[in-house]
Design a protein around this ligand. Sequence first.
Ligand code: PMP
Length: 475
Amino acid sequence: YLQSMPKSETIRIREKHVGAACQLFFRSSPLKIVRGIAQYMYDETGERYLDCINNVAHVGHCHPHVVEAGRNQMSLISTNNRYLHDELVILAERLVKTLPEPLSVCFFVNSGSEANDLALRLARIHTKNKDVITLDHAYHGHLTSMIDVSPYKFNLPGGPEKPEWVHVAPVPDVYRGKYVYPNDSLNEEELGKLYASEVGKICKESKRKNGGVCAFIAESLQSCGGQIIPPEGYFKEVYQHVREADGVCIADEVQVGFGRVGTHMWAFETQDVIPDIVTMGKPMGNGHPVAAVVTTPEIAKSFADTGVEYFNTYGGNPVSCAIANAVLDVIEEERLMERAHRVGNHLLSRCEQLKHKHSLVGDVRGKGLFVGVELVTDRETRTPATAEAKHVVNRMREEKILISRDGPDSNVLKFKPPMVFSTQDADRLVDTLDRVLAELDGTRTSIKLQVLVTPLEENNDASISASVQQSIKST
Ligand code: PMP
């Protein structure tokens, strides 16, 4: 009966009984999504949307093999992992097979936040150090412990204060970061070294003052920071600095793992490093809450040696494990990594072409089906085109294509579609984007657009879209 409730009623009840702080896309005119198939989502009227942002529905919305695995196991038993179960050990073995040595010990949890929280706990116990290094604009989860290491949240005007044991290193963004290409006339490797030396400085200081580092935590490709691809060699240098200061390296693969980059199962592999702890989530259950931490026998032993047993009611329950195993089946059987590589390259090169047509497109970057298009009002100064990016997201929604934007200035268009995305989908996405950007070309008066984005309107996507369109029409 829930699906037959009028949308206005769904909105009314949500506004009354669900926390206002809870995020809602297109707040003034939200979407009510009732069904999903592969790369498509459907609203209550049957309207179909091309989903270009849902990296959770990794093997496609409601994949029948995954649905069946969950349904079957749910009808047999769902209990906790204090009993033996084959689905759990099979999953552990399969995950470990995808990872380099010595990453071979798994802990199962329910969300990316829980995975990162446990990773930090393992790091603290193993190193006995406190200082944690995180990257600027990073997001690692909604738990209190994770907000502490997430500048994406604590940097906000109303955000909590950064704890003194948290140290923020600059994000290795070679387009609009501290050191940029080509302005600083450095090659990629030199830029990687420069950014890594920033982490090195923090490590040295931590060693001198506090005896050493606890952990360095980073997404292998920073998604929340605006689809950042670090320069080659960056993580290798960083890991060296961190290990010299007795810290452990945590790779957050919650968004970018499970083959999204196309060439490798895990995004850290593109940088030829081996973390001490890897966290994974989102795509792992294709929409079902399941996540994991994988670490080395040495770190797992330090944890066990405390004598404090680890128990997580739902972590590693047979239903979650059966679903995660089914997701791995589909990735393998449908060769989704190869597909991400092929379709991702096509998407990236088509987006590159947009750079030659629209001055708004400042930078295009990506790996596999992880692509970012950064909009700027001026290519020389690389001034973020925040209002324009907002307008584009709203116009794409009108065209029944769902994309999002991110980065500290919310000016990076983000594409991270389900891995079943096709070259035709990529063409439709880019052709439509081309048309929407063309609407902005020539008629664009960025000052006017910027002025329109008042704090009040920031919460009001549709009215922005309407007013921006009005301004375009009138210029
Ligand atoms: N790490 C990263 C990089 C994420 O993007 C997120 C979620 N956006 C998390 C951790 C937290 O995951 P969850 O929402 O499943 O707790």
